[in-house]
Write a protein that binds this ligand. Structure first.
Ligand code: DX5
Ligand code: ZN
Length: 213
């Protein structure tokens, strides 16, 4: 299981400290939430901040783009060190082209689905995806509560992946905690994003260890 703590819940006044904490922990990836205030009702941070995250991070950067027109920035994100880029189905007009562009820049590529978007829209793109990210909250903020219908979607996605793209990973993002992670893995999730559950805990290193065990 891959654990990707979300830096959205980190201490922005002390980002380097939290990056080093993840470096030392058993976590696998850094989950980086980029929000533009248009696609989602919140603004987070962009390339200049990611450039500094990359400088200190010793693990892959999993960059989740919650922005309109993501294609305009693939090269920029590649230059500042993104290893994985995921883009929203709901923000993409030419998803096949976008996924190909990300991969041609040498990064892994994935599609993100909002809670209301059915798995069936992936039928003709899943073969191109390294991963699919299922939103288990409405994107925009950390610390929201998990939407239960996600289990059902993981199961449907797992069936589609088994049929058409066995190497594609399932990532789940939003409201993931030590209470629901086992069930998510049982249903077929491969990667879990956790913001509040990690950085809101008393001992993040220990919390990460519990997730990993
Ligand atoms: C929400 C972001 C998430 C968020 C998760 O729009 O995509 O990655 O940071 O935070 P938690 O784990 O606190 O729900
Ligand atoms: Zn995210």
């Amino acid at each position: 299981m891959i654990l990707a703590p979300s830096l959205l819940s980190a201490d922005f006044g002390n980002l380097k400290k939290d990056i080093e904490l993840i470096n030392e922990s058993e976590a696998d990836w850094f989950h980086i939430d980029v929000m533009d205030g248009v696609f989602v009702p919140n603004i987070s941070f962009g390339q200049p901040v990611i450039k500094y995250i990359k400088k200190y991070a010793k693990k892959p950067l999993d960059v989740h783009l919650m922005i309109v027109d993501p294609d305009r920035y693939f090269e920029d994100f590649q230059k500042v060190g993104a290893d994985i880029i995921t883009i929203h189905y709901e923000a993409s007009r030419h998803l096949h082209r976008s996924i190909s562009s990300i991969k041609s820049l040498g990064m892994k590529a994935g599609v993100v689905l909002n809670p209301h978007t059915p798995i069936s829209v992936l039928e003709d793109i899943i073969q191109e995806c390294d991963l699919v990210l299922l939103m288990s909250v409405n994107p925009g903020f950390g610390g929201q509560s998990f939407i239960e219908n996600t289990y059902n979607k993981i199961k449907q996605l797992k069936d589609l992946i088994n049929r058409k793209s066995p190497n594609c990973l399932i990532e789940v993002d939003g409201g993931v905690s030590l209470k629901n992670y086992k069930k998510l893995l049982d249903f077929g999730a491969d990667c879990l994003v956790a913001g509040n559950a990690v950085f809101g805990s008393e001992d993040p290193i220990k919390t990460i260890k519990e997730f990993k065990n």
